[in-house]
Design a protein around this ligand. Structure first.
Ligand code: ZN
Length: 59
């Protein structure tokens, strides 16, 4: 399914339908969102970090 990133305005495709409350990351700008599912549709909510200085993920 196709989701739109409200941060960079890009659309991106995800393979797996997210469950409610699941985290979704934009592959373009790496913005983190929380997926909210309702009536078969998925909306992205700005992800709220509990801690501001979270550790960066190293790859
Ligand atoms: Zn983005």
């Amino acid at each position: 399914m196709i989701l739109k990133c409200t941060n960079c305005g890009n659309t991106f495709k995800i393979e797996i339908y997210p469950s409610d409350g699941e985290g979704v990351t934009c592959p373009i700008c790496r913005a983190d969102y929380k997926a909210v599912t309702k009536n078969g549709k998925v909306k992205l909510k700005d992800y709220i970090y509990e801690n501001e200085d979270f550790e960066e993920l190293s790859e």
